[in-house]
Design a binder for this molecule. Sequence first.
Ligand SMILES: [Zn+2]
Ligand SMILES: [Zn+2]
Length: 353
Amino acid sequence: MQGTMKGAFLPGNSTVVFKDVDIPKPGHGQVLVKMKASTICGSDIRAIYREHVGKGPEGYQGVIAGHEPCGQVVEEGPGIRRFKKGSRVIVYHISGCGVCHDCRMGYMISCSSPLRAAYGWQRDGGMAEYILCDEKDLVALPDELSYTDGAQVACGFGTVYEAINKVGVSGTDAVLVVGLGPVGLAALMLCRAMGAQKLYGIEGNPIRVELAKKLNLADKVLSPADTNVDEIKALTSGNGVERAFDCSANDKGRATAIRATRQWGKIAFVGEGGTVNFNPSPDIIHSQKSIHGSWVTSIWLMENLVEELVRWKLHPEDLVTHRFPLEKADEAYKLMAEGNCGKVAVCFDEELK
Ligand SMILES: [Zn+2]
Ligand SMILES: [Zn+2]
């Protein structure tokens, strides 16, 4: 593939800059992927779009943005072993060194090598017509899933799936999700699929509450209030939920997730940034609760997730409320930053409906 392509960059003052760059040539073990869908993650807004606050693994290095890429292989470099021209692929968004302990466990997110580079952070991401990928970072996208489904697996849905696997969710559980942005909505969707009996959400944005209702993702959505813990207890025989997920990154929201969880229950923190205040003795020690931190997922769990999405007939793209062409990526980021939306996607070709 020769010529130039348009790419979107985030200079850090809530704007998007478009530049023409050369279409990259795949080297050994690499492929060129034609982009089909590139969704925007909350982290893009928090750490890059408004200002560049990320450090280390979240340090933005002025590359093409977008860490939820999904597309089709159009050119093979030498030494390719599995994927080929025509393969539909999700890009696991962190390229690890491949030889450290975390990479060997499939958790390239936790790779500590200086060679670690995340797409859209330290190497070019999905907000362009093409993306250069290492073959080892690709997950096969089944025909039953759309590219827009796949894009969300690359970070958001993968992250939620990991957290659910860490705390376990089953048919005996009532689940609380605090914060119903795209990640919180994904948590409800996957918890339901994994059999959770009762699903409760806490969210203040009416557009997101409406989306949860429209997709029938929760049995009840509460407005954020100091009474939330009592309300959840009243819904659960006075005991609280078995499992809670914080996707709000809000101090009070996190404390609610902890306190609305019953004795011996488990809480997963997924929302990033901010702080939390709670009283360790009554809130977790004497009540025998555990809090789990969870960051993205492994590439093998991502493969399991796409298989299960097909089995459950679940489509992450149901959470997409807005699609934009690449040349309107500035509108897409602006909308996501304002938050009056579900998931926001930049789409190409047949995905731009
Ligand atoms: Zn992300
Ligand atoms: Zn590594």
